[in-house]
Design a protein around this ligand. Structure first.
Ligand code: GLN
Length: 456
């Protein structure tokens, strides 16, 4: 049914870069056969998943939406993908994204444009925009995304779907093409909190192949959701509304009023709702846009025209390692990626390292301390997921204008804490609004508990 839906609507939506219908059908049949033969199979066995094209998939092209990796067929699976295969969830296809996950609109893909299912002239968010659009247009019930600065939560918000950035280290980064390693967090996307939890439980695993994988990450999120759905009670829960992210210049009125209506629902379920200040969030964007490019510039140094991927020889002059690298990287990377590599190498350079990169790391510590202080008085923190609803293609051509919209999602990545975005209804422009819930590290269960009650 999902393959039929893809055939019917993806020409208009553009969520997928590659669909392997034959393999998906064979895997679905195998899951069916296993279930019928009495084999003990996972709850999600046979339920198909769309996978952001940043996860490497054995035998299926993986591009990171970049010319640099066009035509590359990985010889192995990312651990999260291996976990899907072990649970017998067929992979429908690979979804579009901003090149190397750099962006918030999926307009920076080297290959195609992905539309928002709510309005085909608008962006689906990004960088996991293909996954969000696939789920939002019923082409897939479940999808994998990655969140370095909001790339799961923000596309979920603007497509009216649910997305979770788990605690950093919960889902393995092994086989997820690296953007900024200290921030990159793979996670689940779906249309309901329960579906998101079920996928969370499949992809979360301790992985010795990822040196930052947590051995004791929380599990059993689906159980948490089912319990919360049965009780629908948040008595005693202390909810902190982040003062710095509660509206102001740059926020749509309809987003803020939807957010406040959801706060009423929390109160009526028994939670106490108070405002809390995290004063250093004022500097979160600046810190992120120094740390992220610094790490990305280092990670992307591997695309040298030699080891794998694109190779371009210089049009004239000698063929040396340097000239091949320059020609390859000049042709293979898009503008946004080049912008960030240049910024990253600049802030890491000998003369500027302390002033920029060093300062940004100090700010990151101050933000982590703000969160630690807030957890003394609150169980969860909340804000709108994004300050605005889905904008029209081309509306944020100025890179800074796009970066500024990440103000609401970036703090969680700098602090390594888990976050969920779930729909809180429509704005006055008729477009979906996302409600963001944040919890302390390893307390992902609180996101699911609060999300399940809010959704009900
Ligand atoms: N929009 C943010 C950026 O452009 C976040 C990207 C991400 O989370 N991958 O960096």
């Amino acid at each position: 049914a999902h393959l039929d839906r893809i055939a019917a609507v993806d020409a208009a939506v553009g969520a997928f870069l590659d669909v392997d219908a034959e393999r998906a059908l064979a895997d679905a049949d195998a899951a069916d056969a296993a279930r019928r033969s009495g084999e003990e199979v996972a709850e999600l066995a046979g339920v198909p998943v769309a996978v952001k094209d940043l996860f490497v998939t054995r035998g299926q092209a993986t591009t990171a939406a970049s010319r640099m990796l066009e035509g590359w067929i990985p010889p192995y699976d990312a651990t999260a993908v291996a976990n899907l295969r072990a649970a017998r969830t067929p992979i429908l296809g690979k979804t579009n994204l901003d090149e190397f996950a750099m962006g918030g609109s999926t307009e920076h893909s080297a290959f195609k444009r992905t539309a928002n299912p709510w309005d085909l002239e608008r962006i689906p968010g990004g960088s996991s925009g293909g996954s969000a659009a696939a789920v939002g247009s019923y082409q897939a019930p479940l999808a994998l995304g990655t969140d370095t600065g909001g790339s799961i939560r923000q596309p979920a918000a603007v497509t009216g779907t649910v997305g979770v950035k788990p605690t950093y280290g919960t889902v393995s980064r092994y086989g997820v093409i690296a953007m900024a390693s200290s921030l990159d967090t793979p996670g689940p996307m779906a249309r309901t909190v329960l579906d998101t939890a079920l996928l969370h439980d499949v992809i979360a695993s301790y992985d010795p192949l990822d040196s930052t994988s947590l051995a004791d990450a929380p599990r059993g999120m689906a159980q948490v959701v089912r319990q919360a759905q049965a009780g629908r009670d948040l008595t005693g829960l202390r909810v902190g509304v982040i003062a710095e992210l509660d509206g102001g210049p740059g926020y749509h009125d309809g987003v803020v009023s939807s957010f406040h209506a959801a706060l009423e629902l929390l109160s009526s379920a028994g939670a106490s709702v108070e405002t809390v200040s995290l004063p250093h969030l004022e500097y979160a964007l600046d810190a992120y846009y120094l740390i992220m490019p610094a790490e990305a510039s280092s990670n992307l140094a591997r695309y040298d025209g030699v080891r794998y991927g694109l190779r371009v020889e210089p049009a004239s002059g000698p063929v040396t390692a340097e000239t091949v690298m320059a020609a390859t990287r000049g042709a293979g990377f898009g503008d946004e990626v080049k912008r960030r590599i240049i910024l990253g190498t600049h802030v890491l350079s000998a003369g500027y390292y302390d002033a920029y990169y060093g300062s940004a790391l100090k700010v990151r510590t101050l933000i982590q301390r703000d969160f630690a202080a807030a957890w003394q008085g609150f169980d969860v923190l909340v804000s709108p997921t994004a300050p605005v609803t889905a904008y029209r293609f081309g509306e944020k051509d100025d890179p800074l204008a796009m970066y500024k919209l990440d103000v609401t999602t970036i703090p969680a990545n700098l602090a390594g804490v888990p976050g969920m975005s779930l729909p809180s209804g429509l704005s006055d422009d008729g477009l979906p609004v996302g409600f963001q819930i944040l919890a302390p590290q390893r307390a992902d269960d609180r996101l699911y508990r609060v999300g399940a009650v809010l959704e009900a």
